[in-house]
Design a protein around this ligand. Structure first.
Ligand code: HEM
Ligand code: HEM
Length: 280
């Protein structure tokens, strides 16, 4: 079997297999809800209510298990994609299943807190999907830092070539190039990681300094032209590396919401069950 699935988005994984599963689950639940005849108003305490509540709770714990699966490195890219695809679509189906479970009886109480936490986790999940589909290459790069490592070693190589080429140049130029090598930063504080402008970059300053040099020496010196070319390539690589750091940081920042909300939800479910039986 030829396998193009490695390049396909998790959103359309296997011809939307998990979207179909999720829609199927919602249709079965809505069908049962329409045809069941509870004593009194539909609510979480009928046989269907318990059934749907149990399914919702099981789904929530299974979704959280993804955090464990994700860290199992033996999991290949395709399996990972299948997990994420299922995670997203089955996660979204909770909106329908939990609403039917509650019998549309949402009010200001601990039960609705569980519901609110679930919706907040789902909304934060939707933001995550947005990031992942906007920056598909991140799926791989966030987990392993190989691309970034490769860029860093290429930058170090440019630095080495620039250093070797610059030994014969005047002191003022050498000083700029040493600054570019020693003071160029990647990452740093949170705001530096999130920023993409890097106006005070010493590599850019060195390139501008060399570009602005006047006189015949600068115009005709092949070493200067060679160094400017190397600086331009280094700058381009730095731009890409910084962009990668920026997006990786954004994603980690996003997980700071999704994970605690998910943990809060997992804690709220048993509290909801205890409250339900306490008031029973
Ligand atoms: C993600 C999981 C769950 C969510 C988001 C959820 C949410 C809700 C909501 C919003 C209500 C309506 C509260 C009201 O009537 O004011 C409710 C009711 C109820 N839930 Fe859940 N629930 C979940 C899981 C469960 C589970 C696993 C059980 C099983 C023990 C359960 C049992 C009940 C019962 C018995 C009621 C009726 C309470 C009453 O009418 O006083 N729920 N649930
Ligand atoms: C409501 C139940 C949900 C729970 C309990 C839950 C829980 C989790 C957990 C524990 C992780 C692993 C995070 C980590 O350890 O790095 C995760 C990842 C993720 N979740 Fe959810 N999630 C839920 C719903 C959703 C929904 C509805 C979506 C999308 C619409 C979503 C999108 C994502 C994405 C994109 C990831 C990141 C995957 C990755 O980094 O490879 N989640 N979720």
């Amino acid at each position: 079997m030829s396998d193009n699935r490695g390049h396909e988005s998790f959103l359309i994984h296997r011809k939307l297999k998990f979207l179909k599963w999720a829609i199927g689950l919602c249709i079965v639940a809505a069908g049962l809800y329409t045809f069941h005849e509870p004593l009194g108003e539909p609510n979480g305490g009928t046989w269907l209510g318990y059934g749907l509540g149990g399914v919702c709770a099981a789904i929530c714990f299974w979704l959280a298990w993804f955090g464990v699966r994700k860290r199992q490195y033996a999991l290949g890219a395709i399996k990972m994609k299948a997990w994420l695809s299922a995670h997203v679509y089955i996660g979204l189906s909770l909106l329908v299943l939990a609403t039917l479970h509650s019998g549309f009886q949402l009010g200001l109480n601990i039960h609705t807190l569980t519901f609110v936490l679930m919706v907040a986790t789902i909304i934060s999940g939707i933001f995550g999907v947005y990031y992942y589909s906007r920056y598909p290459s991140l799926m791989a790069s966030v987990r392993g830092s190989s691309t970034l490592d490769e860029m860093m070693s290429q930058i170090a190589e440019f630095d080495q070539q620039i250093r070797a080429a610059s030994v014969t140049l005047p002191d003022d130029i050498s000083a700029q190039l040493t600054k570019s090598e020693n003071e160029t930063k990647l990452g740093g504080s949170l705001s530096e990681k999130l920023s993409s402008s890097f106006r005070n970059c010493p590599t850019r300053a060195a390139r501008v300094y060399l570009d602005d040099l006047e006189g015949e020496f600068a115009m005709t010196n092949p070493v200067i032209r060679q160094i400017v070319a190397l600086l331009v390539r280094k700058e381009d690589l730095l731009r890409r590396a910084r962009r990668t750091v920026q997006v990786q940081t954004l994603l980690k920042f996003w997980l700071f919401f999704h994970i605690p909300l998910a943990v809060g939800l997992l804690a709220a479910i048993p509290a909801h069950i205890v409250a339900v039986f306490f008031y029973w």
